[in-house]
Design a binder for this molecule. Structure first.
Ligand code: FES
Length: 294
């Protein structure tokens, strides 16, 4: 039993590594596949695959002289955010301000946007760059209007995230790290998004309507068909409801198995009744270990 689980984990790891290597080789020459406005030369497969490794490289629309400033409405939002922190700790507003800048800038956190945040918070620019490069939710490369992120960590992989990736990838014609030529979709892999109990899952960030229309939604308990249907609905301009496709929260109603939702069987343990076992050994009944002969 243990052996077969270990083998399964090993296979999952091998597949993931293989896919990452594929994505790496694809993304380094991805400029030919994506629209000219979505440059990708030099991209590698970092933790968030659309992003470049921790280094800024000048690209069209992202140089030190590219202008960025918050809109008047967003300066009001900046003021509200700063009110949350004591004035001598306003650097604590770094993440919310970077997030606001990214939303305003169609999901792309440019060098100029990071510098603007550093200036507003009286921080050394390098401190802001450090934050932006650490968190994978910050996109230092352009993304499409809809940023589709597939969770690729072990619980989601065991529950079928490979199938989710393949279905979305085939539907959109994209590999990890690529953006569709019409600029609508970027496909990325994300590490655990914290909803493993409802695995497999994806998240979609919607940058199609600025800060007001921004959303970041988790879609859980997905079959490959569910994932494609959600992507289609975004393409049609709809706002699909987030959460699990098959249960209201994380109650033991079933699970996605082999690409299908499978309702809980009587033999499946629940939290509302005594577990069926097997239980731990009664150590009191264990024979005493043999003592080595003198
Ligand atoms: S592994 Fe996918 S949400 Fe945790």
């Amino acid at each position: 039993m243990l052996r077969s689980s270990a083998w399964k984990l090993c296979r999952v790891g091998q597949k993931s590594l293989q896919r990452q290597l594929e994505a790496c080789s694809v993304t380094t020459r991805a400029a030919v596949f994506v629209g000219a406005d979505y440059p990708s030369t030099g991209r590698g497969f970092a933790a968030n695959s659309h992003d470049v490794f921790g280094q800024h490289r000048d690209e069209k629309g992202n140089t030190i002289s590219t202008p960025f400033d918050f809109t008047d409405a967003n300066y009001d939002a900046v003021a509200d955010i700063l009110l949350r922190y004591p004035s001598n700790y306003k650097q604590s507003a770094c993440i919310p301000l970077l997030d606001l800048a990214q939303q305003q800038n169609n999901g792309h956190l440019t060098l100029a946007a990071m510098r603007r945040v550093a200036m507003l918070l009286d921080m050394p620019e390098i401190r802001v760059y450090e934050v932006a490069t650490f968190y994978t939710m910050f996109n230092r490369s352009p993304v499409g209007r809809y940023h589709v992120m597939v969770c690729g960590t072990t619980p989601c992989q065991i529950q079928g995230s490979d199938g989710i990736y393949e279905a979305i990838s085939n539907h959109l014609g994209l590999h990890y790290g690529q953006t569709s030529p019409d600029g609508l979709f970027t496909l990325s892999e994300m590490e655990c998004m914290g909803a493993c109990v409802n695995a497999p899952m994806i998240a979609i960030a919607d940058y199609s309507n600025g800060v007001e229309g921004y959303s970041y939604k988790y879609f859980e308990d997905l079959t490959p068909a569910d994932a494609v249907e959600i992507v289609k609905r975004y393409k049609d301009g709809e706002k699909p409801e987030m959460g699990s496709r098959y249960r209201s929260k994380a109650e033991p109603a079933g699970a996605v198995m082999n690409g299908k939702w499978t309702p809980a069987q009587k033999t499946m343990p629940t939290l509302t009744e005594a577990p069926p076992g097997p239980f731990c050994r009664d150590l009191g009944e264990m024979p005493a270990p043999e003592q080595p002969k003198a």
